[in-house]
Every structure is written in C-alpha cells, then in structure tokens.
Design a protein around this ligand. Structure first.
Ligand code: FEO
Ligand code: CA
Ligand code: CA
Ligand code: CA
Length: 597
C-alpha cells in the first residue's frame, strides 16, 4: 500500500499498545494522559465543590460539570478573529446520561422517585462549555469565573426552528405556540458548524418518556417511547413536582390538567449552541430530521455550493441520513438559517457498490408516489420530519447495523461511518453493506459522493478479533489493532482517523479485547495501531485536538458502569475507595510532538 503524507510526516511512529483490563488510561510510551474536568467539577462562578459521596444537590449539579462525557470540540478562543489558538479555548462537551447509583449518595429502589433526585439527574445531562487555558507549566486548567463557562441541562429553555416550528404536534403547555421546549437529553455525539457553533445530538431521548395510550401515535411508537414507564421513572416524581409530568405523554395522565402528549415530539433533533454567546438560547433545528441522532458531521463547506451534513440513527436496522441546505454557502452570511431549510435524504447502499440518496421530501414526485403506494399519509413536510424513520422506510433506504459517528476526510472528502454492531441481523437480512449475521463486532463503511444524489461505497474495515479479514482492502487485523464495536470516529487535521470503541457486556468481561480502546488509522496505507486503553467499565468516546495537534482531549464515559452502589469495579480517576467519575483526559507527547507521531 502507498505510504501516505501522514506517515511521511512521522505520524503513526509510536509503538502500538496491547489490550488490557487495568483501571487506568494506558497510552503509548512517550505520551502522558491526565484526567481533566471530571463529573462534578465546579464550573460556574460560586459553584459548590464536588462532594465525593454523591450528596451534591440538583442546584449544585447544575453549576458543575455533568456526567457521562461524550462528543466534544475545542474552539480556539480567538476563532471569531480567525485565530488558531492552541493554548486557550472553549472545550464544549455532551453529557449523555447518568447512573443514579453513582450520582446520588444512596439510591433506594422505591417508587415514586424523589423529585430532588430526578432534578439532579436532569442537571447532570446536557452540555458543558468550559473555558480552559494551558498554564506556563504546560498543564491545562479551567478558567474560573470566565463569562463563557456554561451549563445546559435537561431543563434549559430552547427554541424550535425549521419546518416543524409552530406545528400542532409540538404545541405544549410550556409553549402553546409550539416554538419552544425545555432541555436537551441523551446527547451523544456532536457536530461543529462552519460558522463556529456547536451542535449536540439527541439520541436515546425516547426512553425517557412514557405513553400508556393503547393507540400510541406513530411519532411516539416508531421511536420506542415506553408503554409502561420511562427508563428512569422520572414521571413518577410528578406527584412531588408537577413540572416532571412532562415525561408522561399519555393523553390521560394522572392529573386532570395534564396534557403532555407532544413533549416527546420536541426531542430527537439537532441542537445548536453558540459557545461564544453565553446568553444565546439553544436552537433545535427540525429540518435535519427527527430520530436517534448519534452525531452530525459536515462535508467541507464550499463557497457557492449547498452545505452538506451527515447523521446516523443509532438503532438496529435504522438509517444514515444526509442534509443538503437550500441556500448556498457563503462565509460572509453563513449562520443557523442554513440549517432551517433544505432537503433531507436517506441512504440506499446498492449491492453493486453504488449508492443513492433518497429524498424525504413531500414535494418530491418520487417520494409522494412511494408514500401513496405504501398507503401512508403525510400532511406536510413537518409531518414527514416528525416521522423521519417512517419516511425513510417508505423511501426504501438500507437498514444498517446501528450507524454511530461519521467522519469526513479533510482532503479527499470521503465519508467514513461506524456501524457499531447488530446482534439481531439474521442470514436472511444480509446485504453487501451489512455483510455479517449476528454482527456483534461491527464495521466501518465509507463512500465518495458522485453527485447530490449518488455515491460509491465500500467497506473500509470489518472489526473483530485478530485475523479478521476485510476482503476489499486485503486487510487483516492483528494483535496491534483488533477491537470490536467501533463508535467514535474523527479525522484529525493531519488526516489520521481516530476510532473509539463501545464494547459492553461479555465483550468487555472476557476474551481478547480488554477494556474499551482508541485506535488510529492511516486510511491511505491501511495501517492501524492501538493508541489508548481506558479504565474498567468505561466507554471511550469523544476526541478532539488543539489546532497545533499537540494536545488531545479524549472522553472517558462511565468508568465502573454496572457496579455499585456500595462497591465500584472502577475507582478511576480519584482512586482509593472513591466512586468512579466520567472525565476528559488530556493527552500530550512528552517531547511536545504531534499527537500520533
Ligand atoms: Fe450514545 Fe450511539 O451512542
Ligand atoms: Ca456512541
Ligand atoms: Ca455505542
Ligand atoms: Ca455509553
């Protein structure tokens, strides 16, 4: 295989590390990894100190770093002036969910849930904006008292924009006009707009709502809103605090005045946050579709062309989507409006290696004919968007093995996407894009756009144990790079592809993979090396570098998951007998060199 420019620069020169099950972050010789901004770190001015016994209150949590760190981006502090500062910036990260056994001092598994705990859980979700700065000694620190430090939680007011704004299906007690909602929940991966804002993506929000109606509406049922109780039982705390009734979307809930049928319809969107404007209200952009958005990744923005972004729906047999803006990109005028009108497409991966983007557009004759043939009615484009999954079914998109993160190669523009696993795919459901039954190990697909509606694809990598073979590239995994359940994916500015894993259950406990890990690939030469192994029970998710590629930030989510409440299988990063905390790690090379060299 060709030696790429990245390898010529001395990248991928480090010695790959082995798998392990240590309760620490392991990186190659010559590198250091230091925990940073763990859950509970005081973030806002006058925030309370982290108490190690889970006794911080909901109000205190709302001023501290949230839990379950996930997607993340570093915005250089001088970005708006065109700068590339690598020593000071805004680190913005998602807090996907929380583990009550770790979050609270003690959890008694009785119902109804105490409202105080539910409010703390809502405050542990969302997004943190942290102003950080490298100190003269080389250590990164939070800039205390910075005006930029901000928490966004499951209760923060947000605006709805795009075709669904004002629609009857998003009118709620909170916003009778259907133009606003409260909070963002289960934010997994993220995106970054060409105008320097952060996008956070709502993934498993449906599990947080219940609807006990015998005829649940399609915009709830297709997304697996629960029929019995929400996964966190938040709605049970409504007896103590009426605001929590919003998690019960049944048409006849406990209270005579309750009507929260449309609350779930205000979730499942892409949410924009301007980290440089702490007073700005986050915006949910409905034109980009409603599903279990894992993340959102933009193709390189080109002047005079539409803006293009990709998003995966992380659920078994769901789809990969593309949004193409109606307006053309111009850096002088680019802004949130570009995300409010455009065409949403779903991907069909044909057996011959070609692919098609199928419009989910009520004005498309092709889509209208397919809907009529399927006897499905949509009243308008808002109805299509509220039911994006159904629209993609009708269009004939390809059901994938749980699409997670995407990444766009900075030079070639090729798009890579992780398909993390799908243990429920049977032999009768195989296709060349999802070629393995009982796919417990996952794969990475990639494509190159041929036009707005056409592409060509292949499988970049089949994940698995050593000797797993990817035929198209005549590539075989070895002890240096075997792994399963690829999830996080990111191209650094040098064109190296970073791959993070989210194995769970038996894959973590036994076998050859060890703890979750991060690998790095040179896609030109198909060299792949293991760079990091996380602590016990964690997922490794979220990665970004400073523009100079000399500091890397990686998120370690839920170390010790599955243990507790009184003994934890992980005590990372605090050690001793302390409870585990999700945290960022700051990775540097001891000689100050490029990360990955
Ligand atoms: Fe939150 Fe699909 O990972
Ligand atoms: Ca993920
Ligand atoms: Ca995952
Ligand atoms: Ca996780």
């Amino acid at each position: 295989a060709a030696v790429s420019a990245a390898v010529q620069k001395g990248l991928l020169g480090f010695e790959a590390i082995s798998t392990n099950r240590f309760d620490t972050v392991t990186v190659p010789a010559g590198y250091s990894a230091k925990p940073f901004l763990p859950w509970g770190t005081p973030l806002l001015p006058n925030a309370a100190a982290y108490k190690g016994d889970g006794s911080n209150t909901a109000a205190e949590q709302a001023m501290q770093i949230g839990s379950h760190h996930d997607g993340m981006h570093f915005f250089p502090i001088d970005l708006k002036q065109g700068g590339q500062n690598s020593e000071e910036g805004l680190l913005v990260m998602n807090h996907e969910y929380c583990d009550p056994k770790i979050l609270h001092g003690a959890v008694e598994e009785i119902l109804p849930r105490p409202a105080s705990q539910v409010h703390k859980e809502l405050a542990a979700h969302g997004v943190s904006v942290a102003h950080i700065k490298k100190q003269p000694d080389g250590q990164w620190q939070l800039v205390q008292e910075s005006q930029y430090n901000r928490r966004i939680t499951g209760m923060t007011p947000m605006e709805l924009t795009g075709p669904v704004r004002g629609n009857a299906k998003v009118q709620t007690q909170y916003s009778p006009e259907g133009i606003a909602t409260r909070g963002t929940l289960n934010n997994c991966a993220h995106g970054v707009t060409p105008w320097g804002t952060y996008l956070t993506c709502e993934e498993n929000w449906a599990l947080l709502f219940v609807n006990r109606d015998t005829r649940m509406p399609r915009e709830h049922r297709r997304y697996s809103v629960s029929e019995e109780h929400s996964i966190m039982y938040w709605e049970t705390a409504a007896r103590e605090d009426a605001v929590l009734q919003r998690f019960d979307a049944s048409s006849i809930a406990d209270s005579a005045t309750a009507d929260f049928r449309n609350e779930p319809n205000t979730f499942g969107w892409i949410v924009e946050i301007d980290p440089f404007n702490p007073q700005s209200m986050p915006v949910k952009h409905t034109a980009m579709g409603r599903f279990a958005h894992e993340g959102i990744i933009f193709a390189k923005a080109e002047v005079g062309k539409p803006l293009v972004a990709y998003s995966g729906d992380d659920s078994r047999f769901e789809y990969i989507y593309k949004f193409v803006s109606a307006e053309l990109y111009d850096p002088a005028t680019a802004g949130p409006h570009l995300l409010d009108s455009g065409t949403l497409y779903a991907a069909r991966f044909n057996d011959d290696g070609s692919g098609e983007w199928l419009p989910l557009d009520i004005n498309s004759a092709d889509f209208k004919a397919k809907a009529a043939a399927a006897k499905v009615e949509f009243t308008d484009q808002a109805d299509v968007l509220l039911n994006t999954r159904l629209a993609a079914d009708i269009a004939g998109a390809t059901k994938m093995d749980r699409p997670e993160w995407g990444a766009v190669h900075p030079e070639t523009g090729e798009v890579y996407f992780t398909l993390t696993n799908n243990s429920q795919r049977h032999n009768s459901q195989l296709n060349p894009a999802n070629p393995r039954s009982n796919n417990t190990q996952g794969h990475i697909i990639r494509w190159r756009e041929a036009s707005i509606t056409r592409f060509d694809w292949d499988i970049f990598l089949l994940s698995g144990e050593a000797y797993t073979y990817t035929p198209h590239h005549q590539f075989m995994l070895t002890e240096e790079n075997h792994h399963a359940s690829p999830d996080g994916l990111w191209f650094d500015p040098n064109g190296l592809l970073w791959i993070q894993t989210d194995m769970s259950g038996g894959q973590l406990r036994e076998g050859t993979f060890g703890n979750n890990q991060m690998l790095v690939a040179d896609v030109g030469s198909h060299q792949i090396k293991r760079f990091l192994v996380g602590p016990i029970g964690c997922e490794v998710t979220g990665v970004v570098m400073t523009p100079d590629c000399r500091t890397m930030f990686v998120n370690i989510q839920h170390p010790g998951e599955g243990s507790g409440p009184y003994s934890f299988s992980s005590t990372w990063p605090d050690r001793g007998t302390r409870r585990p905390r999700s945290a960022t790690v700051v990775i540097t090379k001891d000689d100050g060199g490029l990360i990955g060299s």
